[in-house]
Design a protein around this ligand. Sequence first.
Ligand code: SAM
Length: 270
Amino acid sequence: MGYMSAKKILHHINSLPFPLTIKHYFAFDSATALLKDGVLSSVESWDALRQSHPHFSISENRDEWLRAAEAQVKKDGQDGALPVRAKEVVRIIDELGVQTLFSAGVGGAGLEYQIKKLKPALRLICSEYSTVSVNVLRKVFLECDSILLFDMKSKDWSIALENADARTQLVLLNRIDIDLSNDELRDMFRHMCDFGIRNILIILCGRITARGLLNRIYQRMLWRLRGVPYAFAGYLRTKSTFPLFWRGLYQSSDIELPYMSGFLLKKIER
Ligand SMILES: C[S@@+](CC[C@H](N)C(=O)[O-])C[C@H]1O[C@@H](n2cnc3c(N)ncnc32)[C@H](O)[C@@H]1O
């Protein structure tokens, strides 16, 4: 507990208190060359990465997929903290009286699996914009009530509220901030608001801290010196950048826990 508190304090000290967005680069080993246009910003690139890199793959084999979802095998976004994070989400779900959870950009859906395990009565809808991932998840994530093909950049968010009451529905955006540009994020919250989505839980993928910024610069220098190919892999922001995306639409409260940084949004009713 002492260690976790120290980690939390360190995060706070390191947080940069002003809006800033930077491009994120990553060396995906041999998969870097397989990304469409050399960048990770399309469904084709995500499919190529998931098919060729074990850290990002989603297994079609239920037992293997379960091992990742149970955090017994470490994958992108699926580490030992998954059960703790799921508990936190369930606590929020219970406090809000949520009955339907719509999660967008679920990837391997490890967090969603853990949530459903803790709360089987919750109606859970997972979505992804990759047909390949949707088909794989339908084979392995048997507990999920529905797995849908959905692009977060879509103007039409009605799918998230199908057969649900907006008052008891929550949209989960788990680590998808990295994939969208500032304009795309702003548009997405506008579209969600237009379609009457009231509750949104955002768990941030990454955010810039002073120490992180320096580490990144150093890492890129090393890649260049060593001739390691790396690719554009999305955007990182300081935490204070985010509220600008939903200003005037949603009221947000800050969530800062040892294993989870994000926001809980409530629609501003007019
Ligand atoms: C950083 S991963 C996070 C995956 C998962 N939520 C997690 O935490 O492990 C981002 C995911 O968003 C998906 N994605 C990217 N752009 C999307 C879009 N426009 N609509 C829906 N999903 C998208 C990708 O396919 C990828 O699975």
